[in-house]
Write a protein that binds this ligand. Structure first.
Ligand code: ADP
Ligand code: ZN
Length: 295
């Protein structure tokens, strides 16, 4: 049985065909350009296969509430040609199979909790630190969904006394994303994060902000593991600074080994490496197929 997965990112699209275990059989990727051009490439790739269902993990904000009029739309993105774009309907018009639609980070959280670093646990958080900061949460084995999907990248954090950078978020200025996503690092230090590996102060400051947000998430959701992915987290040295800052800030208030002596096993890299999102999209497809069978 073959399933299709789409990791619809703001920078690139990844499309994969996989089996019922979430194993990737074939995969392509291309840059995210205008919607029509991008979707055409998706269609050309999937038309080669007979699929049972498709799962989409999309950049956002997007509407993932099936009861909403704008379900399956990408909503208020700064990428103007994608604003209010009904990506789910466009795909439904082309493929006559069940299609699941969720956020890219929810897909990644599902991938990591089913097959990756949080396998066997009934809760986890997956956080991406890339062009933006976003997170998906699995709670009691289910993706956490409320009024909308969580937007954990936009929480407020205390500023470092030596950081005068104003922040990039068009909505909040110096929220976590505004201070710590890839574009903020580049704007603050004048170079892309990938060129700043040897600058310890860059990663200490980055960890100062990320650790504060992680402490909020732990205090509010108490996930059993936290997985940090995305381009910026390729800087592996930042993990030890995050571990140190996190322990110092929490100050043993929640007195558990996971949050102190075993912190290295608690805040970790993705077990599926860069495939968390696309694997999760394949698992979303499997869920859509199974739901279709039950109806
Ligand atoms: P996106 O968030 O658009 O899906 P990524 O997760 O690759 O894509 O994030 C892109 C951001 O991550 C950019 O701001 C880029 O500068 C930054 N980035 C990519 N690779 C690295 C790296 N090796 N070290 C630090 N920052 C990086
Ligand atoms: Zn913000």
């Amino acid at each position: 049985m073959l399933y299709g997965g789409i990791e619809a990112g703001g920078t690139k699209f990844v499309c994969a065909v996989g089996d019922e275990h979430g194993k990737i059989i074939e995969k392509v990727q291309f840059p995210t350009t205008e919607p029509e051009e991008t979707i055409k490439k998706v269609i050309v790739f999937f038309r080669q296969f007979t699929l049972e269902a498709i799962g989409v993990g999309s950049f956002g904000p997007c509407d993932i509430n099936p009861n909403s009029k704008t379900y399956g739309y990408i909503t208020s993105t700064p990428k103007t040609t994608w604003e209010n774009y009904p990506i789910l309907q466009i795909l439904k018009d082309k493929f006559n199979v069940p299609i699941a639609f969720n956020t890219d980070v929810n897909a990644a959280a599902l991938g990591e909790s089913t097959l990756g670093a949080a396998k066997g646990l009934d809760s986890c958080l997956y956080i991406t630190v890339g062009t933006g900061i976003g997170a998906g949460a699995v709670v009691n084995g289910q993706l956490l969904q409320g009024l909308s999907h969580p937007e954990m990248g936009h929480v407020l954090v205390r500023r470092h006394p030596n950081d005068s950078y104003q922040g990039t978020c068009p909505y909040h200025g110096d929220c976590l994303e505004g201070l710590a996503a890839g574009p903020a690092i580049e704007a603050r230090w004048g170079e892309k994060g990938s060129e700043l590996s040897s600058r310890q102060e860059v990663w200490e400051l980055e960890a100062f902000y990320i650790a504060q947000a992680l402490m909020h998430y732990v205090l509010i959701l108490s996930p059993k593991r936290i997985i940090l992915g995305g381009g910026v987290m390729k800087q592996k040295q930042v993990f030890s600074f995050i571990h140190e800052n996190f322990k110092k800030m929490l100050n043993n208030y929640v007195d558990l080994p996971e949050l102190s002596t075993k912190i290295e096993e608690y805040i970790v890299s993705p077990g599926l490496e860069v495939h968390a999102g696309i694997t999760g999209s394949l698992l979303l497809a499997r869920q859509a197929y199974q739901e279709g069978q039950r109806l």
